[in-house]
Design a protein around this ligand. Sequence first.
Ligand code: ADP
Length: 541
Amino acid sequence: MHGLMMDTPLLITDLIRFADRNHGDTEIVSKTAEGSIHRYTYRDAHARARRLAKALQALGVKASERVGTLAWNGYRHYELYYAISGIGAVINTINPRLFPDQITYISNHAENTALFFDLTFVPLVEKLAPQLKSVKHFVLMTDRAHMPARTAIPGLLCYEELMQKQDDRFEWPAFDERTAAALCYTSGTTGNPKGVLYGHRSTVLHAYGAALPDALDLSARDAVLPVVPMFHANAWSLPYACTMVGAKMVFPGPHLDGKSVYELIEQEKVTLSAGVPTVWLMLLQHLAAQKVKFSTLKRTVIGGSACPPAMIRAFQEEYGVTVFHAWGMTEMSPLGTVGSLKARQAALSKEEQRAVQAKQGRGIFGVDMKIVDEEGKELPWDGKRFGNLLVRGPWIASGYMKGEGGDVLKDGWFPTGDVATIDPDGYMQITDRSKDVIKSGGEWISSIDLENIAVAHPAIQEAAVIGIRHPKWDERPIVVAVKKAGQELTREELLKFYEGKIAKWWMPDDVVFVPELPHTATGKLSKLTLREKFKDYRLPG
Ligand code: ADP
């Protein structure tokens, strides 16, 4: 209709252009793979991203071509995020913790024509280079001084040299907002990894959603440290959403141990951080051992796997840091729900509040949710009935790259593979991944609930609950747990700890203590590996 609002496309480069104009002096600080601290501003980052765009074009990178990265969170990776998408090409962030065969598979499947990587990954790329069939340019993300004297990588290029050859006189091209911008592969716990393609429009809308007060609550007053890697589902949008609001960004590089993360938080006056529970476990251990506290950190986003209530309590009560429990998937850009409290919940006791926060959170506008039973019939939001969780919205995948996996949608909804309840306030709680639920006597037992109880025991460091075949009940739960260093605990003591906290038939049949638990490339408990290990395990009695 005449006089309707303008129809300007939502493009990723508008974010960095905006940050340059409105927050030009705000800092981006990086701990680098070279071991130094690098600082510059959004204005500098924008200028360098434009230089890089010219460098990419000089290498011959064309619109819609894919360019791979094997890199930590740092300023050069940030520049690649904007420059690659900004010229209409697609950045394929590869998780370097995957098996080498999977990395090769992903790079070949994506048909990456160039690969940018950090110093840490030189040995890995030397090994893989002969198999990376589509890659024409290997670029090491460093300066001349750090280039290896000798290398098996064919025609190895230096990032800073490519940059030096260019200037920053460059206008970002305008194109359709439905153009692909980024590509991330799911970990593929079964079968080959599958590619999820993010568009410019979906990425910008997702950043708006992420920045909302009841989502990640980002503003120009924040200093944000994404511990969650930029190769793991867009670092939960932080490189985009922080740019959108002009928050200071602090990148940890490869330094993710408790001590390094703590020191960086203190030095750079970080107010918000985000990552998976495993990383926070290391940080909390460091804090406890060194008897130190945070002076600026106010909020932390914990997601990717269930955040145990014990962790929420430790952060909030011992360190004064509010926890936002978040849930999402690579296929959802990734944010789906975030667990902030509503006004009336302020009157609840701390324990009741924690119970709400232990849920995976409320929906963000842009993500529609429903739960259905085995027949696909929608279930009520009563906080009790659980079913398969489906989602839809403008930043949720409609399928996988190259049509892999076929038509995945069910009547326009994306099946998450998670099993959940939703309560009348809209808080969603994951009881399990559908492949992890324990089926006992025709009923479901939530492995996450049982794990949360185990890790609330003061002597337990980490715990996983898996189902073991049972002749009568089909499956029964066992706890596989790691004790905290120097702590004593028996099987009987841990089982006793469960009494009164769960229905009798949920009581684990056994406890097995192990020195460590297996994790996936994204730092989650690998139940698949664990089930494999315990496949011949015999239940007592
Ligand atoms: P993958 O682990 O397969 O690589 P993702 O990182 O996309 O892929 O993981 C998505 C899955 O992680 C979700 O479907 C869900 O099972 C799990 N997950 C994510 N966040 C949470 C959370 N806060 N609590 C429980 N499970 C979670």
